[in-house]
Design a protein around this ligand. Structure first.
Ligand code: SF4
Length: 72
């Protein structure tokens, strides 16, 4: 995912990339990319965060621990 985004920007395919669920899953995603880290917790596209959006705070419902964080 990271390599594809970099390739798109470097090859002039886009001026910027918009992220949504990737940031819900791992809010540290941009900082980790900037630091060259590959320890990114990936969104599995289960859409549970969208399903509960009207009744609960926005957060990731994937129970796996986020890499590099003590939070899930
Ligand atoms: S709840 Fe599912 S779709 Fe939403 S951010 Fe987490 S893994 Fe991605």
């Amino acid at each position: 995912m990271c390599i594809s985004m970099e390739d798109i920007i470097e090859n002039g395919g886009a001026d910027y990339i918009s992220l949504s669920r990737a940031l819900i899953r791992d809010p540290g995603f941009p900082g980790k990319i900037k630091e060259g880290s590959r320890e990114i917790s990936r969104c599995i596209h289960c859409n549970h965060c969208i399903h509960y959006l009207s009744i609960a705070p926005l957060r990731c419902y994937n129970g796996k621990r986020i890499k590099g964080s003590s939070k899930i």
